[in-house]
Design a protein around this ligand. Structure first.
Ligand SMILES: [Zn+2]
Length: 275
């Protein structure tokens, strides 16, 4: 069975897509080193797959601790993560927790449990805001972007003028999760990404579409404003036992009916900062 496929974004940027479950990972290659950004849910062997894509030595970086980004990390000795997301990694990386999504995904996509990478102990290496990874002709800057989770990271590919936003800001930014920050706090993160808009022209995501226009950041900022002012469309969104709302009305394909891209899903009890 084929678990992964690739799409070239640039010579030095490969988007790796999980064929069945749909999440994206990225391989960034300089002249001397490479980075694997995120590792998917854990169906199939991403480590073997990357061996067929590059001969460069590479580090594994996790954009945040959610199960659909960390699953393949258990194939490695170590991975970088923002220390603020280690509690999220531990919770979502727990095999009991992962077994739930394993069972659901295996049934849904006709996958064998034998193809799933089991949780094991790995070394978590800290990365922080402002850290730079020099890959040789390609500089990756770490940008802390709390909201989706407390330790979510974005990455700026400086020479390419590309921002990896991942789950930090996307077409259905999940801000309703237990570990998500209030919308008011989150909007400060989005403001910071907007303020740095002169440094990038394109945005990469982890789900839906690999590359989107940078206007997605402004869309998400405006969603936050509308949520706080009580002007959101508020389509009900059930997720497990959580009562959440989609800020902007969507069509049957899940795309905004007004043609904009960025959207936010949130809880009404987590809009304003508590302090
Ligand atoms: Zn996530």
């Amino acid at each position: 069975m084929r678990f992964f496929e690739t799409q070239k974004i640039e010579d030095c940027i490969t988007c790796i897509k999980s064929v069945k479950t749909g999440e994206f990972m990225y391989l960034f290659e300089g002249t001397e080193k490479a980075i694997l950004l995120d590792t998917g849910l854990g169906f199939g062997n991403i480590k073997e797959y990357v061996q067929g894509l590059t001969r460069l030595p590479y580090d594994v970086i996790l954009s945040h601790g959610h199960h659909d980004h960390i699953g393949g990390s258990f194939l490695y000795e170590s991975a970088y993560i923002n220390p603020k997301d280690i509690p999220v990694f531990k919770e979502y990386g727990d095999m009991k927790m992962r077994s739930r999504s394993l069972k659901y995904m295996a049934d849904e996509h006709n996958l064998s449990k034998n193809d799933f990478v089991p949780t094991r102990e790995i070394e978590l290496l800290p990365i922080n805001h402002g850290d730079l990874f020099e890959l040789g002709g390609l500089t990756i800057e770490v940008i802390e972007a709390p909201g989706h989770t407390p330790g979510t990271l974005c990455f700026l590919l400086r020479e390419k003028r590309i921002l990896f936003s991942g789950d930090a800001c996307n077409n259905c930014s999940y801000l309703f999760m237990r570990e998500s920050l209030p919308i008011q706090e989150y909007q400060k993160t989005v403001r910071m990404l907007l303020d740095r808009g002169e440094e990038y022209d394109r945005v990469l995501l982890s789900h839906w579409r690999s590359e989107v226009p940078k206007s997605i950041i402004q869309d998400v900022y405006d969603c936050c404003t509308d949520i706080m002012e009580g002007n959101a469309d508020d389509e009900p969104y059930g997720f497990m036992d959580i009562e959440a709302y989609v800020a902007k009305k969507r069509d049957h394909k899940g795309e905004r009916v007004d043609g904009k891209i960025g959207n936010v899903i949130y809880r009404k009890d987590n809009i304003f900062s508590r302090r």
